[in-house]
Write a protein that binds this ligand. Structure first.
Ligand SMILES: [Zn+2]
Length: 307
């Protein structure tokens, strides 16, 4: 009898230790991703979640961007890190009857290169069908975090997350995002991201109209993009493809910990914004890269139609 009790006690102890360890791991991850804007000193490589890395050679990427002739392309800022220059590129396109301004940020998180790689596909789309974009002036900043992109790190040259504490941070990549917004005064902003979730989903800003979101989801589905049914908080998405952190306990939590992603800043400044996330575990470029262009084009086709 004593032997049986000991075995049961042994398993209970193992269970408690496992639970404590898993809680500690979750607390550590929550601290790293949500509570501290600068979890490291250098652009550390992401190893917390399984990811299929899409590596980008920055020089080849810049040459590719500069090969497009019908855009105004310049270097907005250069980051110096470890004696090397890392340029941030600005791309401008102005439609023949431009009255709306769309601002696109790519590569805020360096390891989320799907957004960065979608930009040449967008430029192809604009080049082949400029009429579609004639009502728009489009400005793209890519990559916002060139050092992170080179090192496949979420963080910038100082180990900081460029989508946290947006209002208070002095990180160059954060000041740059706010400066571009102030100067360009976008009617709509899209910041391209990737996540560990399976499938594609969007964090819509509070000023994005519901029928626009509906049209975007329809356009993504029509083009064969798999919409996520669960986000990386483990919450079921209703409808699939939309995560709303502006509702419920997550909103309360977000305000308590003062997360301040870019979307909070655009909400406060009454700019409709979308933060789309493609799934970084996928090896399928259509799901990860082209998906962002489908989303941008759905905004191009539908925003302002009912305003
Ligand atoms: Zn991201």
């Amino acid at each position: 009898m004593k032997g049986v009790v000991n075995i049961i006690l042994y398993f209970i102890v193992i269970l408690i230790v496992t639970l404590l360890l898993s809680c500690t791991t979750k607390i550590k991850l929550a601290y790293k991703y949500f509570l501290t804007p600068c979890p490291c000193d250098v652009p550390e490589i992401q190893s917390d979640f399984p990811q299929h890395f899409l590596r980008v050679n920055l020089n080849d990427y810049l040459s590719q961007l500069n090969s497009y002739k019908n855009f105004r392309i310049d270097t907005l800022q250069t980051i110096i890190y470890a004696g090397t220059e890392f340029p941030i590129t600005r791309i401008l396109f102005k439609g023949s009857e431009a009255k709306l301004r769309l601002l696109i940020f790519a590569g805020v998180h360096g390891n989320e290169s799907g957004g960065v790689l979608s930009i040449p596909i967008l430029m192809d789309s604009i080049s082949t069908n400029p009429t579609r974009y004639m009502n728009w002036e489009v400005q793209v900043i890519t990559p916002i975090n060139p050092v992170g992109l080179q090192f496949m790190s979420r963080y910038n040259e100082n180990g900081c997350d460029l989508n946290r504490k947006i209002k208070k941070s002095n990180q160059p990549g954060i000041l740059l995002q706010k400066e571009v917004i102030r100067e360009f005064k976008p009617d709509f902003l899209i910041t391209l991201h990737e996540s560990p979730s399976r499938g594609y989903f969007i964090f819509p800003g509070v000023h994005v109209q519901k029928d626009l979101i509906q049209r975007i989801l329809e356009h993504l589905e029509k083009n064969g993009i798999e919409l996520a049914t669960v986000d990386y908080f483990g919450r079921k998405l209703k409808p699939p493809g939309i995560s709303n952190t502006n509702k419920g306990y997550l909103n309360i939590l977000k305000n308590i910990i003062r997360l301040q992603p870019l979307a909070d800043y655009t909400d406060e400044n009454k700019i409709p914004s979308l933060t789309p996330e493609s799934g970084w575990q996928s090896e399928d470029l259509k799901q990860r890269v082209n998906s962002h262009v489908f989303l941008i084009n759905a905004v191009i086709d539908n925003f302002g139609n009912r305003n």
